[in-house]
Write a protein that binds this ligand. Sequence first.
Ligand SMILES: [Zn+2]
Length: 84
Amino acid sequence: MPGGCAPGVAVDQTYLLILAAAAIVAIGAVLIIRDRMRRDAREKTPLDSPYATSTEGMKVCPRCGMGNLWTDRTCISCGSALKG
Ligand SMILES: [Zn+2]
């Protein structure tokens, strides 16, 4: 190997250890960023369609689409009777 930059095995191992540590840190950073992006996506998704379908513990008014408590018999918004 002419012109090699590896003077000794000990130094080479240290260099590999530094490379491995740097790679682990880089991978960890990528995983953290991905996890944050996934969390952001999960948090943003429900806001798009809050009352699209009947949610548990809620009654969606068939007339105005207002979300009411499941204990309510009439809509708090328009006063129409709620099903269920
Ligand atoms: Zn209503």
